[in-house]
Design a protein around this ligand. Structure first.
Ligand code: AMP
Length: 589
């Protein structure tokens, strides 16, 4: 398949923010794609080069692309940089400057999706000496053979900045519309931007099947081939693979235990809500692998946890879900997440830092046990299995999450106080009947935390500082996630809560270093960054505001902490902000 066909779709997608219209565009396109191209096409549609479950990442810095544009176009580096500063979009700059060069390329062949993918993947695997110049050569080669429109999207993909907004839910629906449209009597009304199906039940059945398959393998490039070639049966065969990460189950917030019991039924299980980070531990053929909630493999970073799992989980094959919680080795009290967070990305002196910042693994769920998928078993049964798997709990190494089963609000409240006193964040209340639902936030349980609500926001840009903050990025543009349009929408700027010195906490210097390689565009003092860094912010109030694309602004936002364990998909959603806003209005009346 020619890359230009994909580019046409990108352009169509870019023109609309309406989710149904996007779904329709995608579905129509998917129908035309041959099976052998589908895996690449699907990845590229979401702006990815590898499925999330793979460790490899593309991550090319803007500076490198700048060099490649200069080399491929023959335009001096400073002119390219100048153009970029004006356009504020390196993709646009590539398109325009490469366009000027085009007349001189006589024998241009159409580049294929495969070729683009192969070169992008080569970029991701280059290592060692001379890497920079080899990367520049590879990028120049791609840009030289691309049309200007193609160059724009190739550059954006390299920078992980595609911005056409194809989220998981949209892709799932597009797969259903594309391959099962006939069976469900599907029609799309372009004028009304609405759709109709003759058989609702069947539609839901197909949707669920695609979603379920995705939950199992966390990779649409695999799911789509199963759907197209083997239909429902193929989807049903997509099964859990021990050793491949799954999306973990999530929980919405409840105000109090009354609300929790109403939502989940009685009795329910209350568990400590630890302030650590999520770890899913897999074991197969004697090998243990650890993943974060973002599906990153962190086995190397946590040799201590691997040992605990090896020693204290008595089974040959499993996937368990748990929280790694830091504790102070002297006082033996739990410590907050940020103290241990630096272990997640650490590449050197791992044993040393493991000693300095020890963790305990608190296991709270089981997804696979000795070859059997446990997702559909009720939680009460899964907990029984866990108790069998961990016959002996060892404090400060590995335990089952401390829990009680109760129908009493009073008892739950006492347990909540106990959890807070132990240094935890609050409690989880879980339905005893619920299945394990990967990636979903409904039905299975709720979290209860103290009142002060914070938001997890993505940094999408920043402004350079002045005076004593010159040389640093000192004000950060933050965004939340609009689930309807699959886009990040800005909600304010934050510059409070960061420190002048790194010893005191997260400093401006730390932030500047973190964001430097993520810069994709700059205009004057403002830089735009790849949306990778998540911070938790507190604020005084949420206000309506036309200034930001979310329609809201946070009043007096301040940094609570960096969330190294989270990605843009975990950011708070616009809907959550809507709810917080209206609750707050209610309170103020
Ligand atoms: P929040 O970050 O407030 O949305 O809470 C969700 C996170 O709480 C999960 O991703 C887990 O990492 C963490 N967590 C802590 N304790 C538990 C528990 N007992 N059960 C489930 N999740 C827990």
């Amino acid at each position: 398949m020619d890359y230009s066909d994909l580019v046409d779709v990108y352009e169509k997608l870019e023109k609309t923010t309406k989710r149904l219209e996007k779904t329709h565009i995608l579905a129509e396109f998917l129908k035309t794609v041959r099976t052998d191209s589908l895996p690449y096409v699907v990845l590229l549609l979401q702006g990815n080069v590898y499925p999330a479950v793979e460790e490899k990442k593309i991550g090319v810095a803007a500076k490198l692309v700048l060099k490649a544009i200069a080399s491929a176009s023959g335009i001096p580096h400073d002119k390219v940089e100048h153009h970029w500063a004006k356009s504020g979009d390196l993709g646009e700059t590539a398109a325009e400057l490469m366009g000027k060069k085009k007349q001189s390329t006589l024998f241009k062949t159409d580049i294929t999706v495969k070729k683009v993918m192969e070169n992008l993947r080569k970029l991701a695997t280059l290592e060692g000496e001379g890497t920079v110049s080899r990367k520049v050569d590879l990028i120049s080669e791609l840009l030289t053979s691309a049309t200007s429109k193609e160059a724009k999207f190739i550059v954006r993909t390299m920078l992980e900045e595609l911005r056409v907004g194809v989220a998981d839910g949209t892709l799932r629906d597009a797969i259903v519309w594309a391959y099962f449209g006939k069976e469900i009597g599907f029609t799309y009304n372009q004028k009304e931007n609405d759709f109709d199906v003759k058989d609702r039940i069947k539609y839901n059945e197909y949707s669920d099947a695609v979603q379920r398959a995705y939950d199992m393998v966390s990779d649409f490039s695999e799911v789509i081939v199963a759907a197209k070639e083997k239909g429902l049966l193929g989807l049903a065969k997509s099964s859990l693979k021990v050793g491949a990460p799954i999306k973990v189950m999530l929980y919405p917030k409840a105000e109090d235990f009354k609300e929790a019991f109403e939502a989940l039924g009685k009795p329910a299980q209350c568990e400590f809500k630890f302030d650590g980070f999520r770890i899913q531990a897999h074991k197969k053929d004697g090998k243990i692998t650890l993943f974060t909630r973002r599906l990153e493999n962190v086995t190397k970073q946590f040799p201590d946890v691997v040992k605990f799992v090896e020693e204290f989980v008595k089974a040959k094959e499993f996937i368990i879900d748990s929280e790694a919680v830091g504790y102070d080795s002297k006082t033996k009290k739990y410590v907050a997440f940020q103290i241990i967070s630096q272990r997640i990305k650490r590449k050197y002196d791992i044993e040393e830092i493991a000693k300095k910042f020890p963790v305990e693994l608190d296991v709270f769920d089981v997804v696979e046990y000795e070859g059997e998928n446990c997702m559909n078993k009720p939680f009460r049964e899964r907990r029984k299995i866990l108790e069998k798997m961990v016959p002996k709990e060892v404090p400060f190494k590995l335990k089952l999450a401390e829990a009680i089963v109760t129908s009493s609000e009073k008892e739950a409240e006492e347990f909540y106080q106990k959890s807070l006193q132990a240094g935890n964040e609050g409690v989880m209340v879980k339905s005893l009947d619920a299945p394990y639902q990967p990636g979903r936030r409904v039905g299975g349980g709720v979290k209860i935390k103290p009142v002060m609500e914070t938001l997890d926001v993505v940094i999408v840009g920043a402004e350079k500082g002045e005076g004593k903050r010159a040389g640093w990025l000192s004000s950060f543009i933050i965004a939340c996630r609009d689930e309807d349009s699959d886009e990040l929408v800005e909600i304010g700027r934050v510059s409070t809560g960061f420190k002048e010195k790194s010893e005191e906490g997260t400093s401006f210097d730390d932030m500047t270093k973190l964001l430097d390689s993520l810069i994709v565009d700059k205009k004057g003092k403002i830089v735009k960054v790849r949306p990778k860094i998540i911070i938790e912010v507190a604020y005084e109030e949420i206000q309506k505001s036309p200034e930001y694309s979310s329609g809201y602004a946070l009043r007096f936002p301040r940094l609570v902490r960096l969330r190294e364990d989270r990605g843009p998909d975990d950011a708070s959603t616009l809907r959550e902000v809507d709810v917080l806003y209206s609750k707050q209005r209610g309170r103020h009346k």
